[in-house]
Write a protein that binds this ligand. Sequence first.
Ligand SMILES: [Fe+2]
Ligand SMILES: [Fe+2]
Length: 317
Amino acid sequence: MTIKSYETDDAVRNMLQKLSVLWKNRAAVNQELPDYNNLAFDPNKADFSECLLPFREHQAWLEAPEELKSQCLSYAWGIYNLKTIYVECNVVTPSCEDIIKTPPPSANRNLLQDVMSQALLDEALHTRMSIMACNYIYSMRALQPLDFTNFNLVQWRNDILSQCSSESERRLTRFSIACASETLITDYLKTMAEDKSIQTVCHEVTRTHAMDEWSHSSVFSFVASDIIHGLSQKEREHMRAIILRTVEMFANNEMGAWEKVFSMVNFPNARDILHDTGDSNEIGVYTGSVESLIERIGLNSKSGKAQPEAEQQEALQ
Ligand SMILES: [Fe+2]
Ligand SMILES: [Fe+2]
């Protein structure tokens, strides 16, 4: 049986072609990376932006000794990067592999495989950058590395996938979570990428990553715009619902990781902080991004016609 392939409009094809060409010059993986070990380490600088801590205004945090707070900021860098690594390895990579191994029946089949294999290479480099930058900080601060695997985001994704009834539904769900993640990760990296007051290596690694992710957000939304042409109305609704729910994953405070850190450093009144800090971080940071993603890939319109935004056009300049 031959599966009839679907056609997309020229705009989607042209954008995918442009993104593929731009990757060759722009992606961090194609450039000489600085040796982060040669960047000056300043022990007086924080390793993480304190404004991102969900308990930054808690009394127990405000009253803690500065040295302990500094250690927690180093571990915040560790948690942040471990979570990034789980997004890369457990969320984005499997979806890139899905499209490479079993591309949708699109007229743009080769292009979809091409841009997804480029993103796969980028994510492998981001994982490497994250792990190197974490270990560098642990070694400069003489801290025991944090081992933590039980991220809520992984559990949440596994639960959603276990509710799917077919392999094609699982693939669409994996892609929807990855597509939303590739939009949300730009918001996740933004503060650290722009904060020049923190440790140089932490700022630089996050800035380099954020630049790649800006392109990925376009890559994934144009791949989504393509895939949507082959979906039924029911599948489109499923994709929309999953994209909206992925926000919870990014906004989660991962207090399980903090519980481990607080016990490693013997943080006073840690129980109070854990008890008083809820699960949901500033969810508003993320909701606007996924809503505009849904709009621009055409999930709000009956025709499924993508409506590229100015921001995306800008990414192609
Ligand atoms: Fe990445
Ligand atoms: Fe990415």
